[in-house]
Design a protein around this ligand. Structure first.
Ligand code: HEM
Length: 146
């Protein structure tokens, strides 16, 4: 038996309400930036990454005279931009920035491993981690100079 107009009305109301609902954030609709936890989370990860270089004698030839505060700020902005966050990055391009630094391929992979460990510690999912690393990987050609 067909529902009477009286019983059909609540069903229509429910369907209309669902159609009008703002989409609930999902991995498909949210930016990588949002899925990483937003800019506070990005800045925290960058902070921890750069701090690993502070007293590292093996990297002192690269980071010995660096302004850590600026580096953290610029790297956070850059990661924000490449992951689709609401930021702007006004630093130099990666080739210009790293041109005077004797960075090897081992240095590059060393940074990737440090970053991977920090993302793991923060409980970032495998999908987000791989997406972020995949965005950084092509920069190797501009960063590695030796
Ligand atoms: C995908 C990988 C990398 C990205 C996205 C990146 C990004 C950046 C950014 C945004 C800056 C700051 C630029 C500015 O001050 O305007 C910077 C500077 C710097 N980067 Fe990288 N970097 C990468 C890899 C590396 C690696 C592998 C090393 C060495 C282990 C390194 C060492 C440095 C140093 C020492 C500076 C400071 C330069 C200075 O202030 O004179 N970077 N990088």
């Amino acid at each position: 038996m067909l529902p009477t107009p009286r019983t059909r009305r609540p069903i229509f109301a429910l369907a209309a309400a669902l159609l009008c609902m703002p989409s609930i954030g999902s991995a498909e609709t949210e930016s990588l930036h949002a899925r990483l936890g937003g800019q506070a989370a990005v800045a925290q990860v960058v902070d921890e990454l750069i701090e690993t270089y502070r007293d590292d004698p093996k990297s002192a030839h690269l980071f010995g005279k660096v302004n850590f505060k600026r580096l953290k700020q610029k790297l956070s902005e850059q990661i924000c931009v490449v992951t689709g966050g609401p930021c702007t990055f006004d630093g130099d391009d990666m080739k210009t920035t790293h041109a005077g630094l004797p960075i090897t391929e081992a240095d590059f992979y060393g940074l990737v491993e440090r970053l991977r460990a920090i993302l793991d510690r923060h409980g970032i999912g495998a999908r987000e981690k791989n997406e972020l690393l995949a965005l950084l990987a092509p920069m190797k050609r501009d960063v590695v100079t030796r």
